[in-house]
Design a protein around this ligand. Structure first.
Ligand SMILES: *Cc1c(COP(=O)(O)O)cnc(C)c1O
Length: 399
C-alpha cells in the first residue's frame, strides 16, 4: 500500500505530520453509563467494603470462567497477594520473564523472595519453557509467566514443569484479559491469574486489580491478605452485630472501593465489544503493515487468541530505535516501548549485579521493539494514520 504521504518529507525533517494531535498508545473509554454507575454508588451507603465488590468479583469470575475472583487496589497489589498466597517467603525463588513491567518481579521482592529470570522465546517474547525448566532449583516456589502484549504464554508446558516440581503458577495476565488458550479463557487456567485495571488496560477502575483462582484456599488467603489479615469484613460484623475481629496473618489494606467496582462492573459489560474492536485494529495492522521493509509484526501461535493489549513491532531499519521513535512521535503517533528488561533497571543491577548479556533474546528484542497505538476507542482514521506514518517512516529508513 503506497500513499501520497510516503513521498512527503518526514515531520522530523520539517515536513507536515501525518496528524495534528498526538494519538496515545493506549487510553480508557468512559461513557455516560459508567459515570452514572459511579455517581449512584457515591449516593449509596457503601463507598467501600460494600455490595459492589462482591457483585464485581462474581461477574468477573463468571466472565473468565474461574471459581473465585478476589479484587485488589491495583494489579501490583494483586500480584503481591498471589505471591503471598503461594507461600513465597525469605530465600524462596520465583521464575519469571525479564521482558515485563517491573511489578512482576518486584512482588517477589516484597515477600523477601528472589525473582529468577528465564529468557523469552524469540517469536512471542513469552518466557521460554525450556529455560524456565532449567532455572528450577530446590528453592523454587513459583513460575510467573507474563502473557506479553496479550498473547498467552505456554501455559500447558509451564504447568507440566510446575506439576513435576510442586510449583505454583502465578500468571501475570495484566495484558491478557479476554485472551484464549487452547479453547480456555485466560483466568481459568493457572493456579492464580492476575489482572490490572489501570486505564491503559482492557477494563479500568482507575487503579485496581484482580486475582482469579479455582482454589478455595488461595481465595481465602487472598481475601484476608488484602484486608490486614483480618478474618471478617466490616460489613459482615455490622450485619451480625459483632465488634470482635481476629487478625490471623500479616496483610495490608489493598481493598478496592465500591466506587471503583461500580465502574468495573459497567466496564466488564462492554469487554466483549472492546475485545472485538482491538482484534479488528490488530487485524488491520497485520494486513496493512505486512511486507513493509524492516518491520516485523507480532506472531500468533496456533490455539491462541490474543487479547491485544499492545501491538509491539520489531524494527530493522537504517536508524536505531530511538531515531524511529523520534520520527513517529514527530508524526504525532504516540509510540511507546515495552519493556526495558527488568534485570537492566538500576535497582536490579545494583542489588543483583546484572550487567547486561544475561538474557540475550529479551535484550536484543528490547533494542528493536516499538509499541504502536492500540486501544478500543481508536477510530478508523486513527488506525489509518498509524499505518500511514509507519509506512512513511519505514520507507524513508528502509535498508
Ligand atoms: C499493568 C501491569 C502490572 C501492574 O498493574 P498496576 O495495576 O498498574 O499495578 C503488572 N504487570 C504487567 C505486565 C502490567 O502490564
Amino acid at each position: 500500500m503506497s500513499t501520497a504521504a510516503t513521498t512527503e518529507a518526514l515531520a522530523i525533517q520539517g515536513g507536515p505530520p501525518v496528524r495534528d494531535e498526538l494519538l496515545p498508545y493506549g487510553r480508557q473509554t468512559i461513557d455516560e453509563e459508567d459515570i452514572a454507575a459511579v455517581v449512584a454508588t457515591l449516593r449509596s451507603d457503601w463507598l467501600t467494603t460494600g455490595p459492589k465488590i462482591h457483585e464485581f468479583e462474581e461477574a468477573f469470575a463468571a466472565w473468565v470462567g474461574a471459581r473465585y475472583a478476589v479484587s485488589f487496589s491495583s494489579g501490583t497489589a494483586a500480584l503481591h497477594g498471589a505471591v503471598f498466597a503461594a507461600g513465597i517467603g525469605a530465600g524462596d525463588e520465583a521464575i519469571t520473564s525479564p521482558l515485563t513491567f517491573a511489578a512482576t518481579a518486584n512482588c517477589v521482592l516484597y515477600q523477601g523472595g528472589r525473582p529468577v529470570f528465564a529468557d523469552v522465546r524469540q517469536d512471542t517474547l513469552n518466557i521460554n519453557p525450556e529455560l524456565a525448566k532449567r532455572s528450577v532449583t530446590s528453592r523454587s516456589k513459583a513460575i510467573l509467566p507474563v502473557d506479553y502484549a496479550g498473547h498467552p504464554a505456554d501455559l500447558d508446558e509451564l504447568s507440566r514443569i510446575a506439576d513435576e516440581h510442586g510449583l505454583t503458577i502465578i500468571e501475570d495476565a495484566c495484558h491478557a484479559l479476554g485472551a484464549e488458550y487452547r479453547g480456555r479463557r485466560v483466568g481459568s487456567i493457572s493456579h492464580m491469574t492476575v489482572f490490572s485495571f489501570h486505564p491503559v488496560k482492557h477494563l479500568t477502575t482507575g487503579e485496581g486489580g484482580m486475582v482469579t483462582t479455582n482454589n478455595p484456599g488461595f481465595a481465602d488467603t487472598l481475601r484476608k491478605f488484602r484486608n490486614h489479615g483480618i478474618s471478617s469484613g466490616a460489613r459482615e460484623r455490622m450485619a451480625s452485630a459483632r465488634w470482635e475481629y481476629e487478625m490471623v496473618l500479616l496483610g495490608y489494606n489493598y481493598r478496592l472501593t465500591d466506587i471503583a467496582c461500580a465502574l468495573g462492573l459497567r466496564q466488564l459489560s462492554k469487554l466483549k465489544e472492546n475485545l472485538k474492536r482491538r482484534r479488528e485494529i490488530a487485524a488491520r495492522y497485520q494486513v496493512d503493515l505486512r511486507g513493509l521493509p524492516g518491520i516485523s509484526l507480532p506472531i500468533v501461535l496456533d490455539g491462541c487468541i490474543p487479547a491485544w493489549h499492545l501491538y509491539p513491532v520489531r524494527l530493522d531499519l537504517r536508524a536505531d530505535r530511538a531515531g524511529i521513535f523520534g520520527a513517529l512521535r514527530a508524526e504525532n503517533i504516540g509510540v511507546n516501548v515495552h519493556y526495558k528488561p527488568v534485570h537492566l533497571l538500576s535497582y536490579y543491577k545494583a542489588q543483583f549485579g546484572y550487567r547486561g548479556g544475561e538474557y540475550p533474546v529479551a535484550e536484543a528484542a528490547y533494542e528493536r521493539l516499538i509499541t504502536l497505538p492500540l486501544f478500543q476507542g481508536m477510530s478508523d482514521k486513527d488506525v489509518s494514520d498509524v499505518i500511514c506514518a509507519v509506512e512513511k517512516v519505514a520507507t524513508h529508513y528502509g535498508k
